[in-house]
Design a protein around this ligand. Structure first.
Ligand SMILES: Cc1cc2nc3c(=O)[nH]c(=O)nc-3n(C[C@H](O)[C@H](O)[C@H](O)COP(=O)(O)OP(=O)(O)OC[C@H]3O[C@@H](n4cnc5c(N)ncnc54)[C@H](O)[C@@H]3O)c2cc1C
Length: 439
């Protein structure tokens, strides 16, 4: 099978899963590949989407390895569900499970956070002072939400009494965000939306919540009492040009105002105003509802570890991995999975699914003394919800090519019910299968 054919089959397997075909994926996981006997010590930082999935894959592949997973958060969060919670379609419990539930038997789980990483000594020290030595390190810590960067803002402000939403923060905050959105779409006023200037996870999510808010106001019969403003950080509404044009078209059709190069700087709760930085200087606007999405950066421990890029993303700290192999550029025994990777695209759970086989291949190949061959092409996917019951399944790669999994069947730029079903119903099953190492 050619590489391209392999990639296409793999993608269809994932999308088949999205459509409910879990059985297809069961055979596509690590179980198919041959087992490797080793006494290697593998340390995985983070047990979120990427950490749990690679722990399951490696525990299938490596016979005799010492696999340790480190994560201090007892709860696993299904973050793609946060948008549904913030739109009143699910409650907070929908996105919460236990971290340990997803981890395989036979590994060691350390319920703590990494406080220090020393890639020269191959050692991680936890907040609690435990020393963990490794032969291979997989960094899957996700990213940190920098709420403090928004002056005047505090997560305690989120909720209907203040008209503030922050659905990125946690399942509970997403639920409070819904109560704020519900009140706004009942009473009317000005709704402000937007995204930060840094790289971010699921760059479509701020757009989705804006579309959903407009749809909810319309359904309630209150559209004429509400206005909507979307503030983009760049000279476009989405980084992939063809998607930008489609989003702009929908915003025009639905009378959602948009502004380019407006980045949220501060909030004045008393005055109900927000200040944005723009190339022409600062702009201050009144709001009745505001959805705050903060700047996003690598966790402090990564920034201080020596693993971050030294000449790119200086203010953000993403780790310096090769964009195709996801292997660290300076420490060959270190790999990155998920949002923490310093690559031009791919901060989605769907991308994690395509990071996993690449890291597995290069790590296992290294153990047996071969060269890995798998390559990550930047695959990023985002079911871009446009209203309740409609979404566009946009998938793209490093080169901004659209990479539809079902060409000729699901049109990526059309608002379809099937794409909505994938987000609303099938994505969670797919995600769970990925955590178990089966997708
Ligand atoms: C509102 C919202 C909507 C989204 N919608 C979608 C969507 O529709 N489709 C999609 O594909 N993706 C979506 N995503 C993005 C997706 O959830 C992330 O890209 C994905 O979870 C990344 O996986 P990860 O393993 O890198 O990080 P995470 O899943 O965030 O896991 C990181 C883990 O690392 C742990 N950790 C952090 N610091 C340390 C430390 N120092 N030591 C040890 N452990 C640590 C954390 O506790 C956490 O458990 C959405 C995200 C949000 C917030």
């Amino acid at each position: 099978m050619t590489n391209l054919a392999e990639i296409a089959t793999d993608r269809r397997t994932f999308m088949g899963l999205l459509a409910g075909g879990a059985a297809i994926a069961a055979g596509a996981g690590a179980a198919q590949a041959s087992k490797v006997r080793t006494r290697a010590k593998v340390l995985i930082l983070g047990a979120g989407a990427g950490g749990a999935a690679i722990a399951n894959r490696l525990s299938e592949r490596l016979d005799g390895a010492e696999i340790t997973v480190l994560d201090g958060r007892a709860q696993h969060w299904y973050q793609p569900g946060f948008t549904l919670i913030a739109a009143g379609l699910r409650d907070a419990r929908y996105a919460i499970s236990s971290t340990e539930r997803w981890l395989p038997r036979g590994i060691t789980f350390v319920s703590d956070y990494a406080a220090e990483i020393d890639p020269e000594a191959n050692r991680v020290t936890t907040v609690g002072g435990q020393r963990l030595d490794y032969d291979y390190l997989i960094v899957a810590t996700g990213l940190a939400l920098d709420w403090d960067a928004i002056e005047g803002f505090d997560l305690s402000m989120v909720g209907p009494e203040n008209g503030i939403s922050a659905h990125y923060a946690s399942p509970e905050m997403a639920e409070k965000s819904w109560h704020a959105l519900d009140k706004f779409t009942n009473e009317g006023g000005v709704g402000m939306f937007g995204r930060p200037a840094t790289e971010m996870k699921c760059a479509g999510a701020p757009v989705k919540i804006c579309f959903l808010a407009e749809d909810i106001a319309t359904t309630k019969g209150n559209r004429d009492r509400c206005s909507f403003v979307y503030n983009a950080q760049a000279q476009n509404l989405f980084g992939v040009p063809v998607i930008h044009h489609r989003v702009r078209q929908i915003m025009d059709e639905r009378d959602i105002a948009y502004r380019y190069q407006h980045v949220l700087k501060s909030i004045d709760l008393g005055a109900r105003t927000a200040t944005y930085t723009t190339p022409e200087g600062e702009v201050t606007d009144r709001w009745d509802f505001i959805n705050v999405v903060p700047p996003q950066r690598a966790p402090e421990v990564i920034v201080n570890s020596g693993l971050a890029w030294r000449d790119r993303w200086i203010d953000q700290g993403w780790i310096e991995v090769d964009m195709h192999t996801l292997r660290h550029a300076r420490y060959a025994n270190v790999f990155g999975i998920g949002d923490i990777n310093g690559v031009p695209k791919g901060k989605t759970a769907a991308s994690v699914k395509f990071h996993i086989p690449v890291v597995e291949d290069h790590l296992v190949s290294e153990i047996v003394g071969r060269e890995g061959t798998r390559s990550y092409d930047g695959y990023t996917s985002c079911p871009l919800i446009t209203r309740i019951g409609r979404a566009m399944l946009v998938e793209f790669d490093y080169k901004d090519n659209l990479t539809p999994s079902f060409p000729g069947i699901i049109a990526p730029l059309e608002e379809l019910w099937i794409s909505w079903l994938m987000k609303e119903v099938a994505l969670k099953a797919t995600y769970n299968a990925m955590l178990r190492g089966r997708a």
